[in-house]
Design a protein around this ligand. Structure first.
Ligand code: ADP
Length: 397
């Protein structure tokens, strides 16, 4: 027995070298190809030394060195980026190398001795592999925990940044609103005064200029208000004020608000509220915002034909408003994006419809969610679109 132990020691360098060579050339151990010779060698001689010492004693005794070298090997291979199959393969090659190196000498030994030596080598290998995988797994878990912690911190930082920038945008918009409101107010006043006094031909261009300022100012204010509305919703600062609401009155008021624009385009708004619920429990202001937005879009994107608003009770718990137009329609691809903030479909000459911000439907969809409802849309290019909102008869407070 001592002979085999000594044999392993004598051939240690040879075995280690062959082991390293086979590890470095093995197709199944890709990671080793990225390491230096030293990196692969590392504590392999120690493992071999520990196996040799096990052959001199009974396998239960003094396996401390084997345990230690197995544990260290596991940590090292984990740090080097080996995957578990590569570690297992490395040990398989070790076993093959050791046996092939002592093969000649085993041939001259008795059968009992051969069995004993092979068993001891197997036991030593099993022990070292077991320890190696234990520390390998622990090291991997430690890395995962570190990574998880880093990801958590990064995520927190990102959330903080997003929140900070949202607040910044909201603050900026607030700051912009005040001077804008005053620009609009004063230019409005100026215009009215100009119209009242006798206007010389020279002053007409001035009026045109101020009208431009007024138009741009109004559009900017509209954009800021919409952006603020979205950021308020995202920040969870859009409270619900539910009250018992007369749906028919609310719809009539909403229609009145868009009627003048529809009249200019000769579009009739037809109402069908025969089956509408008499009363619902909802937030009337938010509901009106939804209806006005959908009606304005129907008018804006329709040149001829009509707009139909149908309101009806669907069941004991639900009711709906459908707004159908005979306008330009929306193609299938664009339909997927119309509720995204700032999304607008370009017109035929590659421009946008004046006064559009791409925020209207984004706000509508958020308001619909706030009112515990859902929104559906069907559309056909050059035939028209129908937006349907479905709400509970009583929102949960
Ligand atoms: P905006 O109308 O201010 O551009 P919206 O968010 O309200 O923003 O609408 C997004 C896009 O969806 C619009 O640019 C338009 O292309 C399309 N759209 C909305 N409503 C209609 C409609 N009734 N008919 C055709 N297209 C519509």
């Amino acid at each position: 027995m001592n002979d085999f132990s000594q044999l392993l020691r004598d051939k240690k360098e040879q075995i280690v070298n062959q082991w390293i060579e086979s590890v470095r050339h093995d197709e199944a151990i890709g990671t080793a190809k990225e390491l230096t010779y030293k990196g692969v060698r590392n504590n392999l001689p120690r493992i071999l030394e520990a196996i040799a010492s096990m052959l001199t004693q009974s396998q239960e005794q003094d396996i401390q060195e084997l345990v230690r070298s197995g544990l260290e090997h596991g940590v090292l291979r984990a740090q080097q980026g080996y995957d578990p199959e590569e570690v297992a393969r490395e040990y398989r090659l070790a076993r093959e190398t050791i046996v092939s190196m002592i093969q000649e000498d085993l041939r001259n030994a008795s059968a009992d001795e051969v069995i004993r030596v092979i068993r001891l080598i197997d036991a030593a290998m099993d022990e070292v592999i077991g320890r190696c995988f234990k520390s390998y797994t622990e090291e991997r878990m430690r890395e995962f925990k570190d990574l998880q912690m880093q990801l958590k911190l990064t995520n927190q930082e990102l959330t903080r940044l997003v929140r900070a920038s949202k607040e910044n945008i909201a603050n900026l918009a607030h700051e912009l609103k005040t001077p804008l409101t005053s620009i609009i107010g004063y230019s409005d006043l100026f215009l009215r005064q100009q119209r009242n006094i006798h206007v010389s031909t020279d002053s007409v261009p001035n009026v045109e200029h101020i009208e431009k300022v007024l138009r741009s100012g109004r559009q900017l204010l509209h954009l800021i208000n919409d952006a603020l509305e979205i950021s308020r919703y995202e920040a969870g600062q859009m409270p619900l004020h539910p009250s018992v609401t007369n749906v028919r009155v609310l719809i009539h008021n909403s229609v009145e608000m868009v009627e003048s624009v529809a009249n200019v385009k000769n579009l009739e708004i037809e109402l069908n509220c025969d089956r509408a619920p008499d009363e619902v429990l909802t937030d009337p202001l938010r509901l009106q915002q939804i209806v006005i937005n959908l009606l304005s879009n129907a008018v804006r994107y329709t040149e001829k034909g009509s707009i139909q608003l149908t309101c009806k009770t669907l069941s004991d718990t639900e009711w709906s408003i459908a707004i159908a137009d005979t306008g330009i329609g929306i193609d299938e691809e664009d339909l997927k994006h119309i509720f995204d903030p700032y999304f607008r479909v370009r017109t035929n000459n590659n421009t946008y419809v004046p006064n559009s911000t791409g925020l209207g439907l984004a706000i509508v969809s958020r308001l619909v969610t706030l009112l515990q409802g859902k929104i559906e849309v069907t559309s056909q290019i050059n035939a028209g679109s129908t937006f349907t909102v479905i709400f509970p008869l009583e929102i949960l407070v």
